[in-house]
Write a protein that binds this ligand. Structure first.
Ligand code: SF4
Length: 406
């Protein structure tokens, strides 16, 4: 293993952490790909949004890039000839605090490849966070990755120490995972950990111990030829049954010198469509049955899934804005949850008479025209002239800024 100064290690191990999307990274330019990019301050600093809506700069880094596993898509897999580095806990904690006092970062996202074995790697990660919390009294945001097959004691400590924890499921089933990460055991090492963390987080939040906790996960999209139906059915279940805070989708991009380097990359717009449906589940009350898929089980790439739902339900539209229920207003293309909330507040006081009022409430008028009535009259252009247009609106929902299906 090469010896390097801590800052040089940070540069290398921060770069190696870029593939993990579980950092709630902001999408600063309204660009569907921007959440995959590093911040402009270095390979290891990422702008991120916290669950309470505050924006912070996260140090995003791996404890080590030396891995025992052989996941076929991963640049850190064993057997690849490359320089390898590891932090020791004190070294990483000291470096983080130095950056924190210099006001370069406010929070930490800590992940790792599996160095020697899972137990030893988790020990080092937990020790790093213990030093930060107990010795340096750091009270800021920490996201701690839980490695496949981590033991229960480590998970209990992780939930106690960190604000966010995450296990990367990577694929929607055991058979799909085998195609990309043959050594990982889906049920025993991954799903069981997600379930256990959910229980621990529930207890911690219920008992109001150690502040609010949350769990996220990530899927690699397209690497195992899985359809979107499989990813989204599991996504919905994870939100409904295990109360996950967020689920991230990472379009597969072949990495050089890996066994999958000759495969085609997954179009990034597919990742974007998955995020749009994720919003429809979490913020708009859509069910799995209401999402439109093609005959291969994929989301159509050309159109926003909410617009597709509206096109397929002519019996619902046009909708009278002054009387429609909240649930139906949320189905109008161009109306997001914030718009609907404002609209309902205004409607309690007086009628909404013109389109500019809706615009002021945040509605994307070019999408909603043709789907609404104002006091019985259509406010404008025909529906069919709008449906080919897809121009996503940048919206902030308090957790992360992303492109919403409005
Ligand atoms: S466990 Fe797999 S995905 Fe994670 S670092 Fe190792 S090889 Fe990469």
């Amino acid at each position: 293993m090469e010896r390097l100064e801590p800052l040089d290690k940070l540069e290398r191990l921060g770069k190696a952490a870029q593939y993990d999307m579980c950092g709630s990274c902001l999408n600063p330019k309204g660009d569907p790909l921007a959440h995959r990019q590093k911040g402009n301050l270095g390979h290891w600093i990422y702008p991120a949004a916290l669950p309470d809506g505050k924006h912070i700069l996260l140090m995003k880094v791996l404890m080590s890039n030396v891995c025992e596993n052989n996941c076929l898509y991963c640049v850190n897999r064993s057997g690849i000839d490359r320089p390898v580095f590891s932090f020791n806990p004190q070294e990483l904690a000291d470096l983080f605090m130095k950056m924190f006092y210099e006001q370069l970062v406010q929070g930490l996202f800590l992940s790792s490849a599996i160095y020697k074995d899972v137990r030893q790697t988790m020990d080092r990660m937990i020790r790093t966070v213990e030093i930060l919390r107990y010795i340096y009294r750091f009270r800021g945001f920490i996201h701690l990755k839980i490695l496949p097959g981590a033991d229960l004691g480590h998970m209990e400590k992780a939930v106690k120490l960190a604000d966010r924890v995450s296990v990367n499921l990577e694929a929607p089933s055991s058979s799909r995972l085998k195609r990309i990460a043959p050594e990982k055991k889906y049920s025993e090492e991954l799903l069981s950990r997600v379930r256990f963390l959910s229980k621990l987080i529930n207890q911690a939040n219920h008992g109001k111990r150690w502040g609010p906790k949350g769990q996220t996960t990530q899927f690699v999209v397209g690497a195992a030829s899985e359809p979107d139906t499989e990813i989204l059915a599991l996504t919905k279940n994870l939100y409904d049954r295990l109360d996950l805070s967020r689920i991230y989708f990472s379009a597969f991009q072949p990495a050089k010198d890996t066994p999958m380097d000759s495969l085609k990359p997954t179009p990034l717009v597919r990742e974007h469509r998955l995020y749009q449906v994720d919003f429809l589940f979490r913020r708009y009350g859509f069910t799995m049955e209401e999402i439109g898929f093609d005959d291969k089980g994929l989301l159509p790439l050309r159109k926003d899934p909410k617009m597709i739902w509206a096109e397929n339900h002519p019996e619902v539209f046009p909708l009278e804005v002054n009387t429609a229920s909240k649930e139906l207003l949320l189905r109008v293309p161009g109306f997001g949850p914030t718009t609907v909330k404002r609209l309902l507040e205004v409607r309690r006081e007086h009628k909404i008479n013109c389109i500019s009022q809706l615009h002021m409430m945040g509605a994307v008028i070019k999408n909603s025209q043709g789907y609404i009535l104002l006091n019985g009259s259509s406010p404008g252009r025909s529906r069919t002239s709008q449906i080919e247009i897809w121009e996503p609106e940048k919206v902030h929902f308090g957790e992360t800024t992303t492109l919403s299906p409005v």
